[in-house]
Design a protein around this ligand. Structure first.
Ligand code: N1C
Length: 265
């Protein structure tokens, strides 16, 4: 028969072993699941896109927001970033979107259309959050202002600035994907309305085609009042047209190997 004290020390041993094992599992999981450091994600995405000049691009990028008040980063702070990494676009393939990000990105990727997320800067920063703070040279990814917390926040100003450059670059026939499942597909507060459309110039842009994505949840069509506003905002001389296209038709086109960007409708 085991003595009482032996039993006790065995039990203690088992508890200690279990705690140590749990600790090891927790540490391994924490390492595996911890978010990747912002800079390494930036550099990795940059290299995946073109592989060169990424250190200079990182430098220009972080100068825009480090050591600054989180709500005092204006779009112009990214001017030198745009200089370091100018947007490369291609006429007649440019695609803009508002409230249709997933379907627009899907189509653009398969049909080689030119969206902002498929340029170097757009592809690096899509989906990321960042900010700095006064008195530090760090890049933070937590505790940063949300989109609507303040206008001059680092992420919002970035998208405003690069979208301005993308709008400036618009040329030939451009497509805009808008969403028929919301009452105001051309949302006057969106980046598309406040920044991009205003930069389309009739000297460069021949035609703007709105692809209004419809599905079972659609609440509107091409007669929507906000689309009239869009048409009125365009420079005289730019041709406007609007097509109601079912989401399922877009999906079919995405999988049709013979169709290219712009030839789906
Ligand atoms: O405000 P939006 O749409 O009208 O902005 C979309 C418009 C597109 O045409 C793009 O060229 O502006 C450009 N753009 C992006 O490329 C982009 N990628 C990711 C604007 N915003 C972008 N994001 C994020 O989507 C951004 O962080 C912001 O929160 C949304 C804006 O999407 P929206 O309101 O559907």
């Amino acid at each position: 028969m085991e003595s009482g004290s032996r039993k006790k020390s065995r039990r203690l041993c088992c508890i200690v072993a279990a705690v140590v094992l749990l600790l090891i599992i927790a540490i391994v999981l924490a390492v595996i699941l911890s978010p990747k450091d912002f800079k390494s994600t930036f550099m990795q995405r940059c290299k995946n896109f073109n592989g060169n000049n990424c250190a200079a691009i990182w430098d220009a990028f972080q100068k825009a927001y480090v050591n600054r008040d989180q709500c005092d980063v204006p779009p112009e702070a990214y001017d030198s970033l745009i200089e370091a990494a100018p947007l490369e676009t291609s006429c007649n393939r440019m695609m803009f979107w508002s409230k249709t990000k997933d379907v627009a990105q899907d189509l653009a990727a398969k049909k080689n259309c030119s969206t902002l997320e498929r340029t170097l800067l757009g592809s690096i920063l899509d989906g990321l959050t960042w900010c700095g703070k006064r008195g530090s040279n760090e890049t933070l990814t937590e505790g940063c202002p949300k989109w609507d917390d303040c206008v001059k926040n680092p992420v919002r100003s970035f998208w405003n600035r690069v979208s301005a450059a993308f709008g400036d670059a618009a040329c030939g026939d451009v497509t805009v994907m808008l969403n028929a499942s919301i009452p105001t597909p051309f949302d006057p507060k969106s980046i598309f309305a406040t920044v991009e459309v205003k930069r389309f110039k009739s000297s460069k842009v021949k035609k703007v085609t709105v692809v209004l994505v419809t599905d079972m949840n659609s609440v509107t069509n091409c007669k929507n009042k906000s689309l009239q506003d869009l048409q009125n905002m365009l420079d005289k001389g730019i041709i406007y047209s609007c097509l109601e296209v079912q989401k399922s038709r877009i999906q079919e086109c995405i999988s049709d190997q013979n169709k290219s960007c712009g030839s789906c409708w």
